[in-house]
Design a protein around this ligand. Structure first.
Ligand SMILES: [Zn+2]
Length: 233
């Protein structure tokens, strides 16, 4: 028999794990993970850019006239400012994915605030925009998130399905995403790998090239995350 106190602790640990990584958790700040299930719309999002591969993703999206949301890291924007500008010029939405892509568990509230604030300044200086959406690196939120989000005016965005595209081949990424695709879904893929220089995003790009026509064929249309959360009509 499990002693009562152990059971309570286990339950507590479960709540904590959900709070840190759970896509629907509000424990560490306001967060969304899907749009309206009554609308046949899907939001495609990309994390960890801009990278040297990002222009190929922008081109794949352009071929299907599809908008997306790019959660970029401030350090990557400073390294590749012209590519960041290209993403914005193509009409895509840009969100804050931190500055240095740190794992924020056990980090101080001040550290978390400073990292996201530095990225916000980079978006303002380089792109002339102040993002209103953010995604936590590794999907891990922590105690400093609510204060940081409130101070910087950032809504947290998780996902309905994540492609695991940093480790799966293109065929498996497609299978995961297409199986989970539904009305209002927010799809998370990656056009970079953290703040790595010249990351290999081949599998992600190949998956995007297959996923886009497959979902358009099913009758979905694509929106930015702001559009899918706040439909105009
Ligand atoms: Zn990331």
């Amino acid at each position: 028999m499990v002693p009562l106190v152990t059971g309570v602790c286990l339950a507590g640990a479960g709540v904590m794990a959900h709070g840190v990584r759970g896509r629907s958790s509000q424990l560490f700040g306001p967060s969304v993970w899907r749009g309206d299930s009554r609308r046949k719309a899907i939001a495609l999002s990309f994390d960890d850019g801009p990278s040297e591969s990002t222009p190929s993703f922008v081109e794949a999206l352009r071929q299907h006239s599809v908008p997306a949301t790019f959660f970029q890291c401030g350090a990557n924007v400073r390294r590749l400012p012209d590519i960041a500008r290209e993403v914005k010029a193509a009409g895509h939405e840009i969100g804050n994915h931190s500055d240095s892509h740190p794992l924020c568990s056990f980090r101080s509230a001040n550290f978390i605030h400073q990292d996201f604030a530095r990225a916000q300044r980079t978006f303002e200086d380089t792109l002339g925009i102040t993002p209103s959406l953010m995604r936590a690196p590794f999907g891990v939120r922590w105690f400093g998130y609510p204060r940081m989000q409130e101070a910087l005016g950032l809504m947290g965005v998780m996902w309905t399905v994540i492609g695991l595209d940093w480790k799966l081949p293109a065929a498996d990424i497609c299978e995961r995403v297409l199986k989970a695709a539904r009305n209002g879904a927010i799809i998370c893929l990656h056009d970079g790998r953290g703040v790595a220089t010249r990351p290999d995003a081949t599998a992600s790009l190949e998956a995007v090239k297959r996923i886009l026509p497959a979902l358009l064929e099913r009758g979905y249309h694509f929106e930015t995350i702001t559009q899918i959360l706040c439909p105009a009509t």
